[in-house]
Design a protein around this ligand. Structure first.
Ligand SMILES: Cc1cc2nc3c(=O)[nH]c(=O)nc-3n(C[C@H](O)[C@H](O)[C@H](O)COP(=O)(O)O)c2cc1C
Length: 202
C-alpha cells in the first residue's frame, strides 16, 4: 500500500478543535497514513487567557503537542487544518501560521497536495461554513486539491456539513457524530492522497 503522510495542523483555545483533531488523526491512522499532529503558536495576551479558566487549562494540557513548522507542510502529502470560528473567520493564530508559508508557496512546494479543514463555533449559524470557505481561499492560492467530505458517507447526513467537520460547542463537547465525521473526513483525505500518489507514479 502506498505510504501517505498527513499533517493535522490546528489551533484550539478550549479544546474543541483539539478533540476533532485527535479524531481526525485516528481516522488517518486507521486508513494507513503516517500522521503528524501539530498545534500553532498561541498569541493571545495572558490577560485574555486568564479571563477563561478553560483556556489556560487547555494550554497546559497540550503543552507537549509539537508546534507546527513549515516542514510539516513540506513533508505532508495531505494537510488537514482545524480552527475555531472567530467572527465567522479563521482564528488569527492559524492565519499567522499560514502566513509563514510564503517562501514554500513561492517555490511551488505547496501545490498538488490534498487539503481539507474542520472547525467549531459556539452557535449553530455562527459561521462554520464561512470559516471553512475562508480557509479554502488559501488552498486555492497554493494550488491545492481540496477534499471536502460532501455527503459521501452516511455520517455526513447526521453531522450535516459538506464543507468540513464542524461542531457547535453550545451543545457540549464533540460527541460521537462529530468525532466520527472527523474520522471519516480524514479517511477520505488519505484515500484521495493515496490515489493521487499512485496515479502520479504510474
Ligand atoms: C474572538 C472570538 C470570536 C468568536 N466568534 C464566533 C462566531 O463568529 N460564531 C460563533 O458561533 N462562535 C464564535 N466564537 C466562539 C468560538 O468559535 C468557540 O469558542 C470555539 O469554536 C471553541 O473551540 P475551541 O474549544 O477549540 O477553542 C468566538 C470566540 C472568540 C473568542
Amino acid at each position: 500500500m502506498e505510504s501517505v503522510n498527513v499533517s493535522i495542523i490546528y489551533y484550539s483555545s478550549t479544546g474543541t478543535v483539539h478533540s476533532l483533531t485527535q479524531a481526525a488523526a485516528e481516522g488517518a491512522e486507521k486508513a494507513g497514513a503516517t500522521v503528524r499532529v501539530r498545534k500553532v503558536a498561541e498569541s493571545a495576551p495572558p490577560e485574555a487567557i486568564a479571563a477563561n479558566p478553560e483556556w489556560g487549562q487547555h494550554l497546559e494540557a497540550t503543552a507537549d503537542v509539537e508546534q507546527a513548522s513549515n516542514d510539516d507542510l513540506l513533508w505532508a502529502d495531505a494537510v488537514m487544518f482545524g480552527t475555531p470560528t472567530r467572527f465567522g473567520n479563521v482564528s488569527s493564530q492559524l492565519k499567522a501560521f499560514l502566513d509563514t508559508a510564503g517562501p514554500l508557496w513561492f517555490q511551488g512546494a505547496l501545490a498538488d497536495k490534498v487539503y481539507s479543514a474542520f472547525t467549531s463555533s459556539s452557535t449553530t449559524h455562527g459561521g462554520q461554513e464561512s470559516t471553512l470557505l475562508a480557509l479554502g481561499n488559501t488552498f486555492y492560492h497554493w494550488g491545492g486539491i481540496i477534499v471536502p467530505p460532501g455527503y459521501t458517507d452516511p455520517i455526513q447526513f447526521q453531522s450535516g456539513n459538506p464543507y468540513g467537520t464542524s461542531h457547535v460547542t453550545g451543545e457540549g463537547p464533540p460527541g460521537e457524530v462529530a468525532l466520527k465525521a472527523a474520522e471519516y473526513q480524514a479517511q477520505r483525505v488519505v484515500t484521495t492522497a493515496r490515489a493521487l500518489k499512485v496515479g502520479r507514479s504510474a
